[in-house]
Design a protein around this ligand. Structure first.
Ligand SMILES: C[S@@+](CC[C@H](N)C(=O)[O-])C[C@H]1O[C@@H](n2cnc3c(N)ncnc32)[C@H](O)[C@@H]1O
Length: 316
């Protein structure tokens, strides 16, 4: 009886929140408040959100935002690319989704702020620890140092730089659909004077790379942002570009994590309102999808309280 009452209460709360989010001014109010709180919390743990974004924005002087950034975006943008329909939607409470400067300037600090709370320290190093926990699994499980690496959905390069620091001699390509994110990624790489990474404006499901040419394809935090049909296409593409014996490694949210099971309904509903494909991701069997595409039976490792690493091999 109690369970039944709880289920009814949960459904009512979800309906209430979804109803409120459907009213634009209310949704905007909630979004602004959530954003202000997130920035304040970030600043208290040493993620200097406002300064870091201001530095990026003001680069190149007063008109730098419009001229310099736009000039560099034009250089990196593949104008022949057609964005998939599912990508033209709001993500992470940015109305224009990933296709805009605001999201591009904030995505790195936002990742640092969000990942801080994965660890008891709750500090600005949380994102680095998350990357390292993924890299630790790769170093333990991959039989060889990869010479060619592709980072699918590389955003502004946090995952790509972690791979490059671990495998400094590898040729690394970052693939990303947002030319805004990719422009920031390239700028941040030039700044730190690392080995060159190739940044490629393309869809993960259609990379344009050669068949059987890559040792390691990595997808870090990409799959929870994909609808099911795109998931199948991306896995098929990873299989196509990997050389026989190469590995596809995935690090993402773990649907089996107790943390998600215990999240209050209203928090989960709010999370889903900023992640349009989360329901599909949670319902999907990635292991089966990998095997359906021709990979051998994947292994899975838990790298944080909320994340998992999946490794699949293309048969030799
Ligand atoms: C949550 S971010 C993860 C970024 C980064 N890999 C990391 O670990 O921090 C997901 C990224 O995937 C990109 N993305 C989503 N769908 C994509 C697709 N079909 N092809 C290429 N990139 C995609 C998004 O634009 C976004 O930058």
């Amino acid at each position: 009886m109690l369970g039944y009452m709880n289920a009814i209460a949960t459904r009512s709360i979800t309906r209430l929140i979804n109803g409120a989010l459907a009213i634009k001014p209310l949704a905007n109010f909630a979004k602004d408040r959530a954003r202000t709180m997130m920035i304040k919390r970030a600043e208290t743990i040493g993620v200097y959100w406002l300064d870091e974004v201001a530095k990026l924005r003001s680069r190149g002087g007063d008109d730098g935002f419009n001229s310099l950034w736009e000039k560099e975006r034009a250089e990196i943008c593949d104008r022949t690319l057609t964005y998939p329909d599912y990508y033209h939607t709001s993500f992470h409470a940015y109305e224009e989704g990933n296709l805009g400067w605001e999201a591009a300037m904030e995505v790195t600090v936002a990742a640092k702020a969000v990942h801080a709370h994965l660890w008891p320290e709750g500090d600005a190093l949380g994102d680095i620890r998350l990357r390292q926990s993924y890299i630790d699994v790769l170093q333990e499980q991959l039989p060889q140092v990869p010479g060619t690496i592709v980072d699918l959905g590389c955003s502004t390069g946090l995952s790509t730089h972690a791979l490059q620091e671990t495998y400094p001699t590898a040729n690394i390509t970052g693939i990303e659909l947002s030319d805004y994110f990719l422009t920031v990624a390239r700028y941040q790489t030039d700044q730190s004077q690392e080995h060159a990474i190739t940044w490629r404006h393309a869809a993960a499901e259609n990379t344009g790379l050669v068949d059987n040419s890559v040792d390691l394809v990595s997808a870090s935090l990409l799959f929870h942002e994909l609808p099911t049909s795109a998931t199948v296409d991306v896995i098929r593409e990873a299989h196509r570009i990997l050389r026989p014996g190469g590995h596809f490694t995935i690090m993402d949210m773990n649907p089996q994590s107790e943390v998600y099971a215990k999240l209050p309904t209203y928090v989960m509903t709010l999370l889903k309102s900023t992640e349009p494909y989360l329901d599909q991701y949670f319902a999907r069997d990635l292991h089966q999808a990998l095997m359906d595409a021709g990979f051998s039976k994947p292994g899975q490792w838990i790298n944080t309280s909320r994340h998992r690493v999946i490794i699949a091999q293309k048969p030799a």
